[in-house]
Design a protein around this ligand. Sequence first.
Ligand code: PGA
Ligand code: ZN
Length: 431
Amino acid sequence: MSDRIAHLHAREILDSRGNPTIEVDLTLSNGVLGRAAVPSGASTGAYEAIELRDGDGLRYGGKGVLGAVSAVTGEIATAIIGASVRDQRALDSTLIALDGTPAKGRLGANALLGVSLAAAHARAALHGHELWYELGGDAAVKLPVPLLNILNGGKHAEHSTDFQEFMVVPVGATTYRDALRAGAEVFAALRTCLQDRGLATGQGDEGGFAPSLPTNEAALDLLMVAIEAAGYRPGDEVAIAIDAAATELLQSDGRYHLEREGRTLERGALVDLWATWASKYPIISIEDGLAEDDWSGWEELTARIGGKVQIVGDDLLVTSVHRIERAIDAGAANALLVKPNQIGTLTETLDAISLAHGAGWASILSHRSGETEDTTIADLAVATNAGQIKTGAPSRSERVAKLNRLLRIEEQLGSRAIYAGRAAFSQVTHA
Ligand code: PGA
Ligand code: ZN
């Protein structure tokens, strides 16, 4: 009976922005502990599961999570103490039913996810397994390509670019370790390159630099210079990825506002911009190139350049099988951004990934802009053979913790480890 949940504890901890978030400790009857902390977004999609916050202006500006903590130690504990952690799906179904609302707003998706992930950690510990092995078994062998967000803008860095993330993607490496090194070297070269130009080297929420640039395209030019300065061939060895987070740029008239450039684009003009950039720069992936409800724009973009560029849905899909199914049917994307806290349980997260993979899509495990030292997404990336992970710049410990965790997993896999490399983009590169 050692697989039974004996105790649930939760606490309010801080995330990387200094905001409170929830951490859950789940203890089994034999004393084995599973712990998980939940991250938090800033450019949050409207269709995400609900993150329960107290709204008490006297604590943390209303951002406290004592309500979510009480949900774990009260109602959730009452429902699952004595339950086994062996069947994750059954446990997650109990949590979903207990909340009883479509967006998990009653108990909070943050409370539910903390418990769901803590249970998985406890099960792994009970079996004496690493989490990636507990969830993926012998089939889990792929180290993901890191999409490293080395230039931050949008909601993650005031006064920088309108588009949220400019990432480097070391597709040409043969091991994860070498890929990470390439990313870190390009990051270092970018710092020098900014210093040489008298640009600021302050960092945004995800650890990337946040210089004030005249245009959004200037960020791409800087990335190209940095990649070459670090001694890598752009495209071949290190490609570029963008997360526009375009929902944040949408005006009420359906057009997209680029504040930096003092111009506003119709949907078609924004699609044109992506197509132009994709032909001019070695761009391998574009995330949220259009807003979360602009389904026709997504279809247009995917039809236009989806044959050679990965079109990633984040706010569009919110890790929800319903929205992913719709996008698969409509041909509105060809890759899934996976954020466990957008949906609220591990089982639903894994179902979303399976659905995407079944449709021939790629998947990218993702952090949030507000992160903790929790490294669960690194294990999930390996467990599911996702092939890609997005966890910020190789800077700031809450980002680097995930990148370093992957170095350890690569070691654990030894000669069985496969670095996903360009093949992780096979839906567009046919590698
Ligand atoms: P968020 O940003 O965590 O602030 O939502 C990450 C992303 O948009 O991918
Ligand atoms: Zn995004």
